[in-house]
Design a protein around this ligand. Structure first.
Ligand code: GUN
Length: 293
């Protein structure tokens, strides 16, 4: 079998079309959704993400605020910025880009964000609401994966979903979302990770395999069932002398091998990647809609 591609660009364009209408409806009521991103220090990857988030806000006609703070920012200064954004009525949602410098306690910063503005869905309040199946926001990357499945017509009810990886940002919330009742979920879920003994044996039983373990080309064809749906959340930069930059991006899945066996697959780049910012924008619009009522 040669797999059909699920492309984040296509799925996100469909969602952006819906968001534009919701933004217009908000503006007709006098509200422009506002998203702020706080960036501490000058991590190059974070700079790129933060710039992309700002550009997408502008493109959608939302208010965008990027707060750049120096590497030496103290925890107290950052917490005071969070308090300021919590109180700013023109900012409906905001996030503090991670990772933060080592001298700052990430958990304390996340806990200080007003849960009603926590568009990352990292605050324990929102994580808890998601877990009990009454979410206000959904975390962007897992929500993007779920939208890719739903909008590609992949049946999830009663299917065996195997999530590879147990991070707080992807693996754990992904598993929690797929086990919920409702559309795009109702799955039987197994989580495997770096300490799982018989990992390949379990992944081979997956109807839907979602991989977020952060290891280049970790999943090979022998670990995948014929006809499985394979979603690759990984982005790893590997050296490649044949490439103009001397390196290129690969996923956590060996695309060449696995695409011969899967029924659907997401490529890297161009697969899950574009969905994360899209779902962040969806959360920002939702945050503004909650205020309008
Ligand atoms: N760093 C990498 N991904 C993310 C994300 O989704 N949110 C935040 N705040 N930081 C990140």
């Amino acid at each position: 079998m040669t797999a059909k591609l699920i492309l984040g660009k296509e799925v996100s364009e469909e969602i952006y079309g819906e968001l534009r209408q919701r933004i217009e409806a908000l503006k007709a009521k006098g509200v422009t959704p506002g998203l702020a991103v706080v960036l501490v220090g000058d991590d190059p990857a974070s700079q790129v993400y933060v710039r992309k988030k700002g550009e997408m806000c502008e493109e959608l006609g939302m208010k965008s605020l990027t707060v750049r703070m120096p590497q030496e920012t103290t925890q107290e200064e950052l917490l005071s910025k969070v308090a300021e954004l919590n109180a700013d009525p023109s900012i409906h949602g905001f996030l503090v880009q991670l990772p933060l410098p080592d001298h700052i306690d990430e958990e304390a910063v996340i806990n200080a964000i007003d849960p009603s503005k926590d568009v990352d869905c990292f605050h324990p309040w929102n994580v808890g609401r998601m877990l009990i199946g009454n979410p206000d926001f959904l975390p962007a990357t897992p929500a993007g994966v779920q939208q890719m499945l739903v909008r590609s017509g992949v049946e999830t009810a009663g299917k065996h979903v195997v999530v590879v990886g147990r991070s707080n940002i992807v693996g754990k919330p992904m598993a929690a979302m797929m086990v919920q009742k409702g559309a795009g979920a109702d799955s039987t879920v197994t989580v495997v990770h770096s300490r799982t003994g018989n990992l390949a044996e379990i992944t081979s039983t997956a109807d839907i395999l979602i991989v977020a373990i952060g290891k280049p080309r970790f999943v090979t064809a022998d670990m995948v069932k014929e006809g499985a749906v394979v979603i690759d959340v990984g982005t790893n930069r590997v050296t490649d002398p044949t490439h103009p930059k001397g390196s290129r991006l690969v996923g956590d899945v060996d695309f060449e091998e696995v695409s011969e066996k899967a029924s659907y697959i997401t490529p890297v780049p161009g697969g899950v990647g574009p969905m994360t910012i899209c779902m962040l924008m969806a959360n920002a619009v939702r945050a503004a809609e909650k205020v309008v009522g």
